[in-house]
Design a protein around this ligand. Structure first.
Ligand code: GDP
Length: 297
């Protein structure tokens, strides 16, 4: 069984927000995530992040950190939610200023609201001559979503994901929103969190990108993730650098699992390797039985 122990408030320390980018197709989600990934330069590091591992951490000039789920589109968000995963603290919803509020924009808003996740709007493509950000804000107002410029409380910022205009200010607004949430976690316990993506790498075996949400994951820990388990042989950050440990709100890719868990699967660290393997086996059996049942019907 997986123990759920309530944290003592005195053990909780502030953690970085975890951010998801959603919005209508072609409104610029990928461009925004790419821009943030490539432009972010952490002190002492040269160049941006070149790897694509499903999630990455960035640090602003003022030292504040945030983690991004690099899986644009609300399919990933809803798939994770369907598996019971609550990963996102804040949603950036991208709306192209040369277009309008579209069906998938509305869906993204509905998903964020249903999950109780605050929204920050990124009104994108303002470099285009045909851009009309005020029209987008007016449409939002008609949906009872009043952004700050329009006297409301919802944060929004005009950006160009292509050129980079306003992106820094957008992230500052996301951090402002995050401060209101007073996000905290206990780093001094066995790690738990959620799988973001996993795949089989020819040379390295199964590589799973996970997001640590509580506790600290260390090399050598025994992990159960969905139906898979294994001892963490190595961990890497978004720059491909080996790390020995990862605390709350940190995305890392881990090596050592015996298969590829699914996006949205929870992971836990087990002191007892046999117990973890037993649960993994039971979960596999249960799933086999369920699929047999659905085939019969
Ligand atoms: P996604 O489907 O929401 O991920 O959208 P993409 O990021 O793939 O962008 C769709 C298209 O819009 C691509 O051709 C981008 O180059 C373009 N695009 C994205 N952001 C901007 C922007 O800020 N300005 C301009 N001019 N084009 C952009």
């Amino acid at each position: 069984s997986i123990k759920v122990v309530e944290d003592d408030p005195k053990d909780l320390v502030p953690r970085a927000p975890i951010v998801t980018v959603m919005g209508h197709v072609d409104h610029g989600k990928t461009s925004l995530l790419d821009y943030i990934r490539k432009e972010n330069v952490i002190a002492g590091e040269s160049g941006g992040i070149t790897q694509h591992i499903g999630a990455y951490g960035v640090q602003l000039d003022n030292g504040q950190k945030m983690a991004f789920l690099d899986t644009p589109g609300h399919e990933a968000f809803t798939a994770m939610r369907a598996r019971g995963a609550q990963v996102t603290d804040i949603a950036i919803i991208v709306v192209a200023a040369d277009d309008a509020i579209m069906p998938q924009t509305k869906e993204a808003i509905a998903h964020a609201q249903a999950a109780g996740v605050p929204i920050v709007f990124a009104i994108n493509k303002i470099d285009k001559p045909t851009a009309n950000p005020e029209k987008v804000k007016e449409q939002l107002a008609q949906m009872n979503l009043l952004v700050e410029d329009w006297g409301g409380k919802i944060q929004s910022h005009d950006i160009s994901a292509k050129v980079g205009t306003g992106v820094k200010e957008l992230l500052e607004k996301v951090l402002l929103e995050a401060e209101l949430l007073e996000l905290k976690a206990n780093p001094n316990k066995d790690a738990s969190g959620t799988v973001v993506e996993a795949y089989l790498d020819k040379g390295r075996g199964y590589v799973s990108t996970i997001l640590v949400q509580a506790g600290t994951l260390k090399v050598g820990d025994y992990v159960l993730a969905g139906k898979n388990s294994g001892k963490v042989k190595a961990m890497q950050d978004e720059r491909g650098h080996d790390v020995e440990s990862a605390g709350p709100s940190t995305p890392v890719s881990i090596l050592g699992l015996d298969g590829a868990p699914q996006a949205g699967d929870k992971f836990n660290v087990f002191e007892d390797e046999r117990e973890a393997k037993l649960i993994a086996t039971k979960r596999t059996q249960l799933q086999r039985e369920q699929s047999v049942r659905t085939q019969r019907h």
